[in-house]
Design a protein around this ligand. Structure first.
Ligand SMILES: Cc1cc2nc3c(=O)[nH]c(=O)nc-3n(C[C@H](O)[C@H](O)[C@H](O)COP(=O)(O)OP(=O)(O)OC[C@H]3O[C@@H](n4cnc5c(N)ncnc54)[C@H](O)[C@@H]3O)c2cc1C
Length: 541
């Protein structure tokens, strides 16, 4: 017996895809390598018993703004959001802070302290965001080309502003924030937010990512899931199982089975075959899918050679603490924040980027920290704190526990400088090296948080390799559903949703053959012929 679809990997993207296919009446089997579902959206007691830490993702502005997630109505399956904290405070090396509050007036007042007029300019940016946000989010999260939302965005902006918006979209945060703001406060908020992706001060494309996350923080906040990231996964799983589909954990997929250029199922490490009559959706990284599960000889030569140029995002060291009390920040403003950015100024961001690019572990790390209990009291006993943080390190280093601990010590010393006494409150600490993150989840190669760089050279039709900017692959009935696909990293579910929608379109009675022909022709034009598919590249297409 076969399933209509097999989904490889139960990260949130795989679970979103499986839910959408189940909603359409398909029978779906999800195969997950780990003992539990969720991938980078899980919670566990890492640092000490009773202290619930996020294994990876912790703050969810993209989830809150995602039309895909909203449509799943996860509240009905037990998910609750907590918003009652300040989204973000950035701490400068000299101890000054700048606050991004849900209250625009408070943010404006904070950035105004760094540059006269910046408060008004921040509010003007937020007003501009309000005019285009639906169309922009729709354009960014839908498959390429985003016909309807793209047209809506163009109409809202008009030709003159559209041109200027396109220029802004390829700017770096340094250029954009210098053109717009005169003080360091607003510039740091934008630059720090761009660093949630691997986009640094001078990288093209960092401005729009930093701006987008800043405006989301202003608009929907940086919410957390009550009880932890696990609650997002649990709600997705509950919804899926109530729909009649199935998840099997401890089932690592080792191959996608292909016949005549089309995916017909998968095989797991125990040798069992799992046939899929309509589609295989892969919530795994693009290199793992193409190299390990499909095999390069099954792919057009161009895809194999493009894959050699696939760029991962930065490596990551993550640190989790169990604390006997909230962090004793010198500046009380930091105590209200969910997310804390430490402790670089603009020059520091420049040096940090140079260190990463040069293969040096930064002496002054950029730290993204989360005060999880302050954001959600359920994370640890009353009066204590679960603290989450990560920083980036160069890719390609060899990681011993000692080396990872040295990075963690550097992070801890930085926090101590802004919160004297912090160290004495530590009752437990867990350090995850890049290798450790990868061992926990095969998609996090060297601890990459984004499934591949977010640089413009690997976005849209360049993601994961030059192609269609869609979930379709050169193999018929096989779809890439992970953060390696457009639109990339973050918990927004769009990669899973795009893959499910492509599979549904390919199999739709009536219009399915048209979709198949159009994607097949476009694929042959950009990739060349898929081996084993006959002179016209037909195969299953
Ligand atoms: C440290 C860190 C912090 C982050 N912080 C945030 C944040 O605060 N907010 C945010 O929005 N995003 C954040 N992100 C990014 C976000 O978590 C990811 O982009 C997103 O979760 C990726 O989801 P996914 O479903 O594509 O893949 P994953 O969540 O990585 O799931 C992939 C799943 O596939 C499974 N798998 C892999 N190979 C196989 C195989 N061969 N067979 C079977 N199963 C397989 C894995 O075990 C895993 O369960 C963070 C990421 C990291 C690493």
């Amino acid at each position: 017996m076969g399933w209509d679809a097999v989904v490889v990997g139960a990260g949130h993207n795989g679970l979103v895809a499986a839910n959408l296919l189940t909603d359409a009446g398909w029978s779906v089997l999800v195969l997950e390598a780990n003992a539990s579902p969720g991938g980078a959206t899980r919670t566990a007691e890492l640092a000490a018993p009773g202290f619930r830490s996020e294994l990876c993702s912790a703050f969810y502005p993209l989830t809150a703004a995602s039309p895909t997630i909203a449509a799943l109505d996860l509240g009905r399956y037990g998910l609750r959001w907590r918003h009652d904290h300040v989204p973000l405070v950035h701490v400068l090396p000299d101890g000054r802070t700048v606050t991004l509050s849900r209250d625009p007036a408070e943010t404006a007042a904070s950035v105004e302290r760094y540059g006269a007029g910046d408060g008004e300019r921040w509010l003007a940016e937020f007003a501009a965001w309000g005019r285009i946000k639906d169309a922009l989010i729709g354009s960014l999260l839908s498959p390429f080309p985003p016909v309807r939302s793209g047209a809506r965005l163009a109409r809202r902006l008009g030709p003159a502003e559209l041109l200027r918006f396109a220029r802004f979209a390829v700017q770096s945060t340094r250029r954009y924030s210098r053109e717009l703001f005169c003080g360091e406060g607003a510039r740091l908020l934008i630059t720090g937010n761009a660093m949630h992706a691997d986009l640094t001060l001078d990288t093209s494309g960092s401005a729009i990512v930093g701006w987008l996350l800043s405006m989301l923080a202003q608009d929907v906040g940086y919410p957390v899931a009550e009880g932890g990231a696990q609650s997002i996964t649990d709600a997705l799983v509950r919804r899926l199982e109530q729909g009649g589909s199935e998840i099997r954990c401890g089932a690592r997929v080792t191959a996608v089975e292909i016949r005549d250029g089309a995916a017909i199922g998968v095989r797991t490490a125990d040798g069992e075959a799992h046939p899929a009559t309509r589609a295989v959706l892969a919530d795994v990284s693009a290199p793992a899918l193409y190299r390990d599960l499909v095999g390069l000889p099954q792919l057009p030569a161009r895809v194999a050679s493009d894959l050699a140029n696939f760029a991962w995002d930065d490596a990551t060291v993550k640190v989790d603490w169990a604390l006997s009390a909230p962090v004793p920040w010198t500046d009380p403003a930091v105590r209200r924040a969910g997310t804390v950015h430490l402790d670089l100024d603009l020059d520091g961001f420049g040096r940090f980027a140079l260190d990463l690019a040069s293969g040096r572990i930064p002496v002054r790390p950029f730290i993204l920290a989360g005060q999880m209990t302050s954001a959600d009291p359920s994370r640890s006993p009353a009066g204590t704190e679960t603290l989450w943080a990560y920083t980036h390190v160069p890719r390609g280093l060899t990681w011993t526990p000692q080396r990872a601990a040295e990075v963690a010590d550097r992070v801890q010393a930085t926090i101590e400088r802004h919160a004297p006494g912090f160290g004495s409150q530590v009752v437990g600490r867990a350090v995850s090296s890049p290798a450790g993150l990868q061992a926990e989840n095969a998609n996090l190669v060297d601890g990459a948080v984004g499934g591949g760089t977010a640089a413009p050279s690997q976005q849209l039709v360049f993601r994961p390799t030059p192609g269609l900017g869609r979930a379709d692959t050169p193999i018929d009935r096989l779809y890439l559903a992970s953060a390696s696909a457009h639109p990339g990293g973050g918990v927004h579910g769009a990669c899973g949703s795009n893959a499910a929608r492509a599979a549904l379109a390919r199999n739709r009675t009536g219009t399915g053959p048209v979709y198949r022909a159009a994607v097949g022709a476009a694929g042959r034009a950009v990739w060349g012929r898929t081996p084993g598919t006959g002179p016209h590249g037909g195969g299953g297409r």
